[in-house]
Design a protein around this ligand. Sequence first.
Ligand SMILES: Cc1cc2nc3c(=O)[nH]c(=O)nc-3n(C[C@H](O)[C@H](O)[C@H](O)COP(=O)(O)OP(=O)(O)OC[C@H]3O[C@@H](n4cnc5c(N)ncnc54)[C@H](O)[C@@H]3O)c2cc1C
Length: 301
Amino acid sequence: MCVRFLGKLPSVAHLVIEAAEALLDQSIPVLDKGFVRMVDYMGGDARIVQSARVSYGAGTKTFRQDRGLIHYLLKNRHTSPFEQVVLTFHIKMPIFVARQWIRHRMARLNEISGRYSVMKDEFYVPAADQVSFQSTDNKQGRADALPMEDAQSVIDRMAEEQRAVYANYQAMLDQGVARELARTNLPLNLYTEMYWQIDLHNLFHFLELRLDAHAQYEIRVFAEALAKCAQAVAPVAYEAFEEHIRGGVSFSKGECEALQALLSGQSVNLEGRPLEAFETKLAKLRLAVPAEPADELSAVS
Ligand SMILES: Cc1cc2nc3c(=O)[nH]c(=O)nc-3n(C[C@H](O)[C@H](O)[C@H](O)COP(=O)(O)OP(=O)(O)OC[C@H]3O[C@@H](n4cnc5c(N)ncnc54)[C@H](O)[C@@H]3O)c2cc1C
């Protein structure tokens, strides 16, 4: 962690963090036409430590002690010091990604207005390897990619429709139709832009959900760019997030019973509960559900 202080040492007022400075104003490309650009940040690891220690009146200690404190805070869900770190982004994403994004209410945003501005002719077109079949075991997910030739025909169809719909939008504007009405015919894969500000606690919550393999690919790649920025601003906090939140596993009561049975060598009956989530958790522990009998668990050799 490289932190330069503006002002009188050992104050941690107005932190300037070199890794974060290097990323400021840099567009990180995402998908075919999108980006994440960190516009500003406030605070960093030192601010988390400083605010956590305020109750004891003690200042910053050694790096090792500060690191230990940050890990302790996150591990024990003492999250309010992480709210003292704030990041602001300029993001360009397809509208269907924005629809998922804005469900995260603990953030502040301002989005481009299609009533005020003419929307640009910019639509998301997936890469061929992302054109996949509907998953049969996950109703919200994708399965294998289509054969290349079929994927290309899907892409061509999408692009053709996008050209047609934008030509009609343009024609309506040329006719003098109000922008707020003409834009209602534009599809969800049109690109939009927003300024988005969030504190580190809520950004970690966003990342926990949207970096997950179950999140839609198109928002996951944006989450990866955000994670890069969070890591630059607060590397120790990010390390703690990877350790205690992303890298950790939590089991339900029923799963704990199943796990106890597994570890004591007994067969386990999950009583018809879905196995997929449990299997994913077990995989982190290098354990697996054997094929036969269906609900029996065993350690991976
Ligand atoms: C894989 C996946 C699939 C999803 N599928 C769907 C779907 O099919 N349909 C759909 O509508 N949404 C869906 N969502 C969105 C999801 O339900 C949440 O709205 C979204 O993930 C934001 O989470 P959040 O509410 O915890 O975050 P935030 O809104 O940022 O809130 C953070 C935390 O603040 C607290 N909080 C915020 N607002 C309130 C409130 N009004 N009352 C009480 N506490 C509050 C809660 O503790 C919350 O966890 C999906 C999300 C994921 C990750």
